[in-house]
Design a protein around this ligand. Sequence first.
Ligand code: UDP
Length: 486
Amino acid sequence: MSSHGLNPDPPLHVFFFPFMIPGHLIPISDMARLFSVRGCRSTLVSTPAIEPVLSRSIETTRKSGHEIDIVIVKLPLEEVGLSPEHGDLKNLPGNDRDMRDKFFRAVRLLDRQLECLLEEHRPDCLVSDVFLHWTADVAAKFGIPRIVFHGSGNFPLAASDCVWRYEPHKKVSSDSEQFFIPNLPGEITMTRSKLPDFIREETPFTELYRKVKESEQRSFGVIFNSFYELEPNYVDYYRNGLGRRTWQIGPLLLCNKGEEDKAFRGEQASIDREKCLNWLDLREPNSVVYICFGSMANFNPAQLHEIAVGLESSGQNFIWVVKKNPDGEEGKQWLPEGYEERTSARGLIIRGWAPQVLILDHVAVGAFVTHCGWNSTLEGISAGVPMVTWPVAAEQFYNEKLLTELLGVGVPVGAKQWVRGTGDNVSAGSVEKAVSRVMKGEEGEGLRTRVKALSEQAKRAVEEGGSSYADYYRLMDELRGCKPRT
Ligand code: UDP
């Protein structure tokens, strides 16, 4: 019998240990909140740099009386040659490999502190980020299950696994020659230029990736921020082909019911919530293009200029999110002369952080130009907004395939090259064309109809009787089974 409903057992105590970047900590804090609302005791492990964000994100859950808490571990930044202000990975220069490697070394040194916390709190389970591979050993010392959280989907992970195993990219003669990904259901093609640098060549990250894969095998299972209906063949592949125990319990973002929770995700928004909603309220349904490239991508001024021109010539309303200081030292030329004045009646530029989920959920939004981060992908789908796909790095080129070729809810802008931080060069003409394809005509209608249907499926999945709801309680039963009888 399922353990939900009448349940005399004490609540399960689950530790959640996120990696310290928005794309990873946002879904883990959603997960910790979901578990606590459904009766678990949740404890988030945080560094001082991300603590304010985590505290704020769990505020409403805590205030409504659910058991959720934060404990602190301190990164030994100086020990690895970084200074105290480097505690926030997203603020490290995107292309500085050396600093990133040092950051990862500091994270690796957290094992003793984690042991002390587990000793003190004695939780029943540790859900930890994929990059914290060493937590599998720490959890084993305490005899508790460690569950991996990748922050990505079944399709991108299955595809990367097949590329890693069978190395089809080593059998082509150029970066642009297409190859099929062996053993992956669906005849999926790829090119070497779209693969991560650490797959194309041996980097310190390749070694980390190896350790991540080994530690997944030693872990109890994998929690996915996904739902079965989104990628059924690849959920099955991950379970049966790779032989992993997995639970699909998402989209986790749908646990954010109120405006307050939807508005605060990962950072304080740089625009007043009311101002943003009022601006959208004045626009027709499906008439606004929302453009945002997540938390890590950082386009150069020349690329921003191309986007500006493309948006203007598309003639559409838009909300465009740009990093706070895109000009850097290179001058102030990323916007064409007089741009904001000319487009003031139909365009809004947010400099900094946008309340993305709130915006996507507004009826006025008709398209999402996205870098295809997994969270943004799920947010677009859940809101039922068709997408222009513009992958930059990480596993985003696989996510683009899922959106465009497998689900038919997006069109590619034409990015062809994986480049950390700055991405491939895309012309204004390509931006205009892709935006028009999504916003107008029969093709746009088809995309919209399909993504709306998926959005309904996503919502049903997390409700009672839905697939993600059922998987969550299956996980609870399995965790109870691991608990020593007292
Ligand atoms: N996000 C946001 N406002 C912004 C930029 C990003 O709320 O201005 C959120 C976005 O909604 C998503 C997360 O940050 O939840 C980014 O994660 P994703 O996996 O899409 O991309 P990453 O930042 O990891 O590349």
